[in-house]
Each structure stands twice: as structure tokens, then as C-alpha cells.
Design a protein. Structure first.
Length: 276
């Protein structure tokens, strides 16, 4: 058993959970041997506590062996997970949850991890247009916590902004199942279009096809705004260009930019006017 996981009973709950939580958050997993959802939930919790590297402790309480704890904390169903910090109950959930939801729950009760802080730094640098600085921050986050979703998403964006769609797709192929996966998946049409532009596989049947190819070539050179303007012009002529491929690429390009900037808000407003 990991050093960050502790089996806890009624006799040592006060020390191993309440006292311990004065310095480090403790997540208590109320489980039972007969509980099938527990057999799925527990490995997820164990993986996440190891991944966190001591940012919190996982305390496992067998509900059948410790009925007084079940009664004291009002546990009505198994599994139930309860979080403690500084001796107080600060959050809980009942039943089997997707890993993404569990990550979110843990993220709400923990101070930012070193990897999370590096991703925040990378995001700030990316919004400021510092691609090299943001890349270094995301790579440091991955060094601290391999496959850290926020860092992988950041590296995909940096590679796309630099015009390196093949590198972005390589990262995407190994992306873990989590809430950030949806954000990465929205960039997939852009990755594919940029790769097709590099390999010469884009259609050239019409003037709009040629204009799209030229716009994607601009993106592969890192000229994102010029690429955006070109595809927006295409959508003004045919808002469903290539079965909405144009729209999907525009949305991907916008996702690469600072979402709080007035320019991005202007582009999104204009795109809405074109499409609707």
C-alpha cells in the first residue's frame, strides 16, 4: 500500500484523519467488501493520491467493521467519500463518479500542486504571446507530473501556434481521459487541416478550396490572425463550407488565443452573426 494511503478504524480515526488533516487534507473512502462500485472507485482514488505525491492522504474506512463512524458521519450509502481539512468536514460525494469529476472534487479541496502552478504560469505566458516561456512552463509541469492534462493541452496549443501540427497530434494521441480531453478534441479539426496543408492533401476543386488551403498554409507558418481572416471570408460566402469544416477550424484557431481579449470576443461575435 502506498505511503499516502492509510486504513483507518474507529480507534485511530481522530488521530489519522482529524489530527492529520490539520496540516494535510484527508479524503476518507467509506467502502465495503460487498460493494461493487467501491471496487471501481477505490483504484481511481489510489491512483490520484499517488499522482498527487502527498498533497493529500487517502484514508480507507471499512463501513462494515466501523459502524460507529458510519453513524457519526451520517453515511447513508456506500461508497461515500468525505474530505477533511484542519479537522473539519469540507466536502463529500456519494456513489461511483467519473474520474474527471473526482479530479475536480479533489482539485477544489487541495492547494495548487506544483504542476498546477506551472500550468497557470504557462497559461499566463501563452495569453501574453510568449510561446517559448509557456512551452518551458508546460514541459516543467509534465516533468513534475507526467501526462498532466492541463500541461498537455498547453503544449498542443503552443505547437499549433508555432505551426507544428504533427507534434500537436502526437500529444493528442496520448491524451488521458479527463475533462481537458474535450478541449483538446475541439482542436483536432485544426490539427488535421494544418497537417493536410503541409502534406498537400487539401481539396482544390473550387476557389473556396484554394482560399482555404492558403489560409491553412498561413496557420502552419504561425500567422494565426491572417489565417482566421481568410477562413472568415470563406464562411461569409459559404457558412457550411466543406460540411462545417471551416467553422470547426475557426473555432480551433480562436481556442488558441487569449479568450479574454477583445479581439477574440469580436471574432466570436462576428462568427455568430455569420452562422446564425
Amino acid at each position: 500500500m502506498s505511503e499516502f494511503i492509510k486504513s483507518v478504524t474507529e480507534s485511530d480515526f481522530e488521530y489519522e484523519v482529524l489530527a492529520y488533516s490539520q496540516n494535510t487534507p484527508v479524503i476518507v473512502d467509506f467502502w465495503a467488501d460487498w460493494c461493487r462500485p467501491c471496487k471501481v472507485l477505490t483504484p481511481i482514488l489510489e491512483k490520484l493520491v499517488d499522482e498527487a505525491g502527498g498533497s493529500f492522504r487517502l484514508a480507507k474506512v471499512d463501513a462494515d467493521v466501523n459502524p460507529n463512524l458510519v453513524l457519526k458521519y451520517g453515511i447513508r450509502s456506500i461508497p461515500t467519500v468525505v474530505a477533511f481539512s484542519q479537522g473539519a468536514r469540507i466536502g463529500e460525494f456519494a456513489g461511483l463518479q467519473p474520474e474527471a469529476r473526482i479530479r475536480e472534487f479533489i482539485g477544489q479541496i487541495l492547494p495548487p500542486s506544483p504542476a498546477s502552478l506551472m500550468v497557470q504560469k504557462g497559461d499566463s505566458l501563452l495569453a501574453a504571446g510568449d510561446l517559448q516561456g509557456s512551452r518551458e512552463s508546460y514541459e516543467e509541469a509534465v516533468r513534475i507530473t507526467p501526462d498532466y492534462p492541463g500541461a498537455l493541452l498547453g503544449l498542443i496549443k503552443v505547437n499549433l501556434l508555432e505551426g507544428n501540427a504533427p507534434a500537436a497530434r502526437t500529444i493528442f494521441r496520448t491524451f488521458p481521459a479527463c475533462k481537458e480531453y474535450n478541449d483538446a478534441e475541439r482542436l483536432l479539426p485544426l490539427m488535421k487541416a494544418m497537417q493536410d496543408a503541409i502534406s498537400g492533401n487539401l481539396l482544390q476543386d473550387t476557389d473556396l478550396d484554394i482560399a482555404f488551403q492558403n489560409s491553412m498554409r498561413l496557420a502552419t507558418r504561425g500567422n494565426i490572425l491572417a489565417s482566421l481572416d481568410g477562413i472568415m471570408d470563406i464562411l461569409r460566402t459559404d457558412k457550411h463550407f466543406r460540411r462545417d469544416r471551416g467553422k470547426e477550424v475557426v473555432l480551433g484557431l480562436l481556442d488558441l488565443l487569449d479568450q479574454e481579449s477583445s479581439l477574440v470576443k469580436q471574432y466570436r461575435s462576428e462568427l455568430t452573426s455569420i452562422l446564425f
